[in-house]
Design a protein. Structure first.
Length: 238
């Protein structure tokens, strides 16, 4: 295993154990209670799709995930197929050039401060993201398909696996879940799958977990600035 990824997993595991001792909840969560603002993003999915498709016209200019975050190469460059991310916001740090490419999404993000991170994810045909776990239970994952290829049976061809459950979501069908549970994705089609991914604050946490979450987010935000992630996440020049 890559040493950088190994160190990341050890640190993430320690943080997860702290959360596990204080927060008990299932993997799939009720959006209406924990992130009702997500409905505004779901209602705007067609406009968000159009912005994403415009970006996809120059998809080769959008960086791969491991080019932005080298420690994630184990899940991003595992099979030689692309997983590209247009990052608009990461743990509170905005990416101005990318925000300008998606004005509708940028407007929704600026009106929804509980969204910490947001990206448009482009998954190449037949790409598989192996199962993995996020570290921070104080942050929840919002998942909204914008372009969903179909398989031979007419079903959504990109499968999101969360805690052992395979999910085939339709375009515009939002999901809120806890990414500290094991999860992975596979695109079983010959077309690119596009989704909106966002990380949002978890509501109703014990005070000590709120404090831990703020500390983790502050630490990651400082690392993003120190490591010049904003520069690596820019769309390349034509």
């Amino acid at each position: 295993m890559d040493t950088t990824f190994d160190l990341y997993e050890h640190a993430a595991g320690a943080i997860r154990r702290l959360y596990d001792s204080r927060i008990e909840a299932p993997a799939i969560l009720p959006m209406d209670r924990l992130f009702p603002e997500g409905q505004r993003f779901a209602e705007a999915w067609r406009d968000l799709r159009d912005e994403a498709l415009a970006v996809a016209q120059g998809l080769a200019r959008v960086p791969r995930f491991h080019e932005i975050m080298p420690e994630q190469a184990e899940i991003s460059s595992n099979d030689g197929r692309d997983w590209r991310l247009l990052l608009l916001k990461a743990y509170g740090v905005e990416f101005p050039e990318n925000m300008r490419l998606c004005p509708t999404l940028a407007g929704l993000l600026r009106a929804t401060p509980e969204v910490l991170s947001a990206s448009v994810s482009f998954l190449a045909p037949r790409k598989v993201i192996p199962e993995h776990r996020g570290p921070v239970r104080g942050v929840l994952r919002f998942y909204l398909p914008l372009v969903m290829p179909r398989d031979a049976l007419g079903r959504p061809a990109a499968v999101l696996s969360v805690d052992g459950q395979d999910l085939r979501l339709e375009e515009g069908q939002a999901l809120l879940w806890d990414d500290t549970f094991r999860h992975g994705v596979r695109n079983e089609s010959d077309a690119v799958r596009i989704v909106l991914l966002m990380d949002v604050w978890r509501r109703g946490m014990p005070l000590d977990m709120q404090a831990l979450s703020k500390l983790v987010v502050w630490t990651v935000r400082a690392g993003i600035r120190a490591r010049r992630v904003v520069e690596r996440a820019r769309r390349r020049e034509a």
